[in-house]
Design a protein. Structure first.
Length: 498
């Protein structure tokens, strides 16, 4: 980033727009740049006015118009950092716009560079061509290592082992330098030492601040899923895809998987288990929250999501019910001025071109609402269709659910339970057993096959309520998506061949 900004300044760019939440880090980068170039750095804010960072001399000019008038008086080869100036560019005064454009043009002859620093991009159309946009990515491993060294020095703690240092830095990925410093310090206060678990906990809180992403702590594994053998096998073949060995081999990074199918059949559970397969953090994205009412805010939200995911990478990015987030992009031109369409276009472009190890796992129930561009090959490594569980899968689900509630599965007739729950989803089987537990608890008994039978007599599965839509979904998926489970006929053929 430092080299990039240096090149812009040396090339004579008069306007830089720096997008970052980290004022201190940005200012430190600019100070290092001006020292190397032998330039002068001035910083402005609405509270302190214009200050020469070299000697602390203040020139007043707290008014955003007044500071523009002072730019002509500054010495040649000066950089002026305008903090929070983007707030004055939202529905700006026409005189301010005109004066800023004049100063940018005049500044080229004196080697002046005006750098606007804000947490989000906010440029009126009149200035879009006057500024070059520089997105400050979240700090990488080197920057976080410097923060860690500072905490060790200030607290007098011994240098941890290389493995512990790597774990601490991995736990802090996705935090700003200030947030990382606070998390490291809190770990020392709480535990008396640096603890990756505390850092990860604080990161989960930081990621949730904007409401777009959530860091999920999951204990699910592929063993938590009954069936879906083809999908499990596909994931297991890619479990070392983000390792150095895979990179040395020349293996391309996997992009992601889209799971279509009937609600309650294990798509979300598989998304959670995928993070365990890869051994990386799991981020959940609420796609609907990307869209905001302010002009430009939706695009800014998407950039924040991408930046955070890439900073935490390698990671799994889980998008649940994908169709609900992007259903409106087809009619975007007439409903929201094209915002949904632009956000959707940016998102699928990132999916296609991303180079960071972010594995996207998306689930969808209603494929008819998904735009065709989302479904084509190249966006995903594979499309899987998750159907109602087969008899063998239902038997495995019953065993998992019974054990989940600390009961002995051998006390139940699993084969008979699988038979009588034909056309039930996995989540429905779970709810049946939970209801059986409640009934047995009321009677001060342990649940049994008879208790489950009583529940089943009153239970109406989703397959009866939505039979037509399920049939339509199966028809669409045939030939378009790969089945997540080996078809029964094929499974029988394999057994005979064996």
């Amino acid at each position: 980033m430092r080299e990039k900004i240096t090149h812009y300044i040396r090339a004579g760019y008069a306007g830089l727009y720096l997008v970052s939440h980290e004022e201190q880090r940005v200012e430190a980068e600019l100070k290092a740049i001006v020292d190397a170039l032998k330039h002068r750095l001035y910083a402005w804010s609405a509270t302190a006015g214009l200050i020469d960072t070299a000697d602390g001399t203040a020139r007043g000019a707290q008014d955003p118009m007044e500071v523009l008038g002072l730019l002509a008086e500054l010495p040649d080869d000066s950089i002026v950092l305008l903090r929070d100036y983007h707030l004055f560019l939202d529905d700006p005064n026409p005189l301010l716009l005109r004066q800023l454009k004049d100063q940018l043009r005049a500044g080229k002859t004196k080697g002046h560079t005006v750098a606007v620093l804000g947490c989000r991009l906010q440029l009126p159309p009149e200035l879009e061509r006057e500024f070059i946009i520089v997105d400050f990515t979240l700090p990488g491993a080197e920057a976080l290592d410097e923060v860690l060294k500072g905490i060790l020095k200030s607290t007098g703690k011994k240098q941890p082992s290389p493995e512990t240092v790597a774990a601490l830095i991995d736990a802090a990925r996705g935090l700003t330098t200030t947030e990382a410093e606070d998390a490291f310090a809190l770990s020392v206060v709480e535990c008396g030492d640096l603890n990756p678990a505390v850092i990860a906990r604080e990161k989960a809180q930081a990621v949730k601040k904007n409401g777009l992403l959530e860091l999920i702590e999951t204990r699910e594994s592929l063993a938590s899923i009954g069936g879906l053998d083809l999908l499990k096998d596909w994931l297991l073949k890619r479990r070392e895809a983000f390792t150095p060995r895979a990179k040395e081999y020349g293996l391309p990074m996997p992009k992601g998987v889209l799971m279509l199918g009937i609600p309650g059949c294990g798509k979300s559970l598989t998304a959670k288990a995928t993070a365990s397969v890869f051994g990386v953090p799991l981020l959940r994205l609420d796609a609907g929250r990307i869209f905001a009412g302010l002009v430009g805010q939706s695009e800014s939200n998407l950039r924040a999501v991408i930046q955070t995911a890439e900073a935490i990478a390698p990671c799994v990015l889980w998008i649940d019910e994908l169709e609900k987030g992007f259903a409106g992009c087809r009619s975007s031109g007439s409903t929201d001025g094209g915002t949904s369409s632009r956000v959707f276009g940016s998102f699928i472009s990132w999916m296609q071109e991303k180079r960071s190890p972010v594995f996207i796992v998306a689930t969808a129930n209603d494929v008819s609402q998904l735009p065709p561009e989302m479904l084509r090959k190249g966006r995903w490594d594979e499309l899987f269709f998750v159907d109602l569980p087969t008899r063998d899968e239902r038997e495995a689900i019953w065993e998992i659910q019974i054990a989940k509630f600390n009961r002995d599965a051998e006390s139940f007739d699993l084969r008979q339970l699988a038979k009588v729950t034909d056309s039930f989803t996995g989540s429905e089987i779970e709810q049946v057993f939970i209801e059986a537990l409640y009934r047995a608890f009321e009677r001060e008994q342990e649940p049994a096959d008879l208790t489950i039978g009583e529940v089943l007599a009153d239970f109406v599965p989703l397959s009866k309520l939505m039979g037509e839509s399920m049939t339509a979904l199966r028809t669409w998926a045939k030939g378009r998506a790969r089945p997540a489970t080996t078809p029964p006929a094929e499974r029988s053929t394999r057994r005979i061949a064996a």
